[in-house]
Ligand binder design. Structure first.
Ligand code: ADA
Length: 574
């Protein structure tokens, strides 16, 4: 797992990034031809990457095969993939070891009894859409394929630590934390093993005992609660992190946590008891030269730009971002909204009743919680984006199930969904904050005139609905709004759509309105920078880019960048 710190000192981890052998399989006949045993004809490809940036493959949607050899000391291996787009099938030495669906969440397979020496690993990545895909074909980002984030083979020895979540409850004055560890252990030996097991948070030992597991047993352990006094809080201006070290006799797992409390009270969002205004942007982890295989150097650059603009938060629209990026947010005190790639407008009413679709969405939530639980920067879990909440029969049960899961298992976070039906959406019953995606002044909506003043009308209608529904304890956040601008297209007339001036003036109007609206507590501009879209996704965007970035796709600023910077800096001084 690529992180900003070492996760293991005892465990041997083999990096699987680098050159792999690669072949396209447009007719999906590779398995019949025995490619799972190794590729006959292949080209070289660098992993991680998306194949669409290889010459001639920009618009290739389908199956591609990857093969490489690696050498291990043998025993039990945990094969870990941070992101394969989108349906992954994995074979080791010709034997199928598993399948995973979902482009943006990590997955792992454990294989026992691997011999010492060289082995062949084969992965088939299938990027096709079908009626169960996440997102569906009608979507607003490029449909990349490939092994887009890093992959590793971990050699597990004896009792190994698969996951460690630190749960905590803060005292009323926020000076003490009652903590315990939720651990997932695995015995990598065929025989029973007894080992020491210890958990430390910073210099404090919170657990130290012996544990015995049967051969190949997997077990969840919840350690008893321990009180830590005089803790330093994780906050925007002082993001204190504590190192968590879990050890057995033969294995270790290092992570970091921060102690903080996020809650709502009336119109307010409180971080560590203080009211905050969320000043944010929506950001896709995408760049035309790298696709979703986004390098850490560029993550830092994006973050530098976002901080320069005065933002204190980012919405990871529309999927879990790379863990190393979330590590950066943890270190810099930037708040994060994480969600699954359920880009709702593409999901038909029929799809919202499909058990496979619902199961996939639920698994993605479980994976998101599993791999991101400890990050203090994640203050919001988003269940979905713009699904058909005008038809509660189709969406209410989904929102209920997923938000209940996140509330019970997801740590101290605010739960929400991004709604484009704010005047009829009842799924907000399950949310802590009401989040609204609306594009007055850009798209036309029934009942509105297509003018900027539509915003003022909406703000009043929403005020009334919030009171009528008894939701006055749920602060409102504008999770999407914006306008497209073609970089370099200027106009003296502020009514000329697609100009940098139109976008800038529109953002100024909306930001000022939302900032002064008493029940609103945040803004996530759509969007940080332009992103590429696919011809195949049926949206037919100008240049096949979503051009609503306040920077272009190469991170050059448009006029709005400077306006947003001026306003966000002013708001944060208040
Ligand atoms: C939606 C959606 C975004 C983007 C935006 C737009 O609100 O959530 O992903 O597609 O619309 O640009 O129209």
């Amino acid at each position: 797992m690529k992180r900003l710190f070492s996760e293991h000192y005892k465990r041997n981890v083999i990096e699987l990034s680098g050159t792999w052998r690669f072949a396209t399989d447009p007719d999906n006949t590779g398995e019949q031809s025995g490619w799972q045993n190794g590729l006959a004809d292949a080209e070289a490809i660098i992993v991680p990457s998306v194949w669409n940036n290889e010459l001639g493959l920009l618009n290739y949607e389908g199956c591609c095969w990857y093969e490489r050899k690696f050498t291990t000391n043998g025993g039990t291996l945990l094969l870990q993939f941070e992101s394969v787009m989108t349906l992954a099938t994995v074979w080791l030495d010709g034997k199928k070891i598993g399948e995973h669906y979902g482009a943006f969440t990590q997955f792992e397979f454990i294989v026992n009894d691997v011999s010492c020496g060289e082995h062949t690993l084969v992965v088939r990545a299938d990027s096709r859409f079908d009626k169960h895909s996440f997102p569906q074909r009608y979507t607003d980002w490029f449909n990349y394929g490939g092994i887009a984030r890093d992959a590793y083979a971990h050699e597990l020895k004896g009792i190994s630590i698969l996951t460690s979540h630190i749960a905590y409850e803060l005292s009323a004055d926020l000076s003490c934390a009652t903590v315990n560890a939720e651990l997932e252990l695995y015995n990598a030996c065929a025989e029973a093993v007894c080992s020491n097991l210890s958990v430390e948070i910073g210099d404090t030992s919170i657990y130290n005992d012996k544990v015995t597991l049967d051969g190949y047993e997997r077990r969840l352990i919840s350690t008893p609660a321990v009180v830590m006094n005089d803790i330093s809080l994780w906050d925007i201006d002082s993001p204190t992190l504590y190192t968590v070290t879990v050890k057995t006799d033969t294995d270790d797992l290092i992570d970091r946590i921060g102690f903080r409390k996020i809650e709502t009270k009336g119109n307010d969002i409180l971080l560590n008891g203080k009211s905050i205004e969320l000043l944010g942007v929506n950001r896709h982890e995408e760049h035309p030269d790298w696709g979703f295989a986004f390098p850490p150097k560029l993550m830092k650059k994006d973050l530098d730009l976002i901080c320069d603009m005065g933002c204190n938060t980012i919405r990871g629209s529309h999927y879990p971002n790379s863990k190393i990026f979330v590590d950066m947010l943890d270190e810099r005190g930037i708040l994060f909204w994480s969600e699954i790639p359920m880009w709702g407008c593409g999901f038909s009413l029929e799809a919202l009743k499909d058990p496979i679709v619902l199961e996939r969405g639920f698994s993605m939530h479980k994976e998101m919680v599993k791999y991101y639980y400890n990050h203090p920067s994640i203050i919001i879990w988003g269940t979905h984006n713009e699904i058909a909440t005008y038809s509660p029969e189709h969406t209410y049960p989904i929102s209920k199930k997923w938000s209940t899961y996140l509330r019970e298992n997801g740590g101290n976070r605010l739960i929400t969904h991004a709604s484009c039906n704010p005047l009829v959406d009842d799924d907000m019953d399950f949310d802590d904050i009401i989040c609204i995606n609306i594009y007055h002044g850009w798209y036309r909506y029934g009942g509105y005139d297509g003018k900027l003043s539509d915003w003022d009308k909406m703000v009043e209608q929403l005020r009334e609905r919030r009171i009528a529904k008894g939701w006055t304890n749920k602060p409102v956040v504008m999770s999407e709004f914006g306008a497209a601008a073609l970089a370099g297209f200027h106009s003296h007339f502020d009514t000329v759509r697609w100009s940098e001036e139109y976008q800038r003036d529109m953002l100024e109007y909306t930001l000022e309105l939302f900032h002064k609206t008493d029940y609103m507590r945040g803004t996530y501009i759509w969007q940080f920078c332009n992103i590429r879209t696919s011809p195949s996704t049926d949206l037919n965007r100008v240049r096949y880019f979503n051009n609503k970035g306040i920077l272009d796709e190469y991170r050059n600023p448009k006029a709005s960048y400077f306006k947003v910077k001026e306003l966000y800096h002013r708001y944060s001084k208040k």
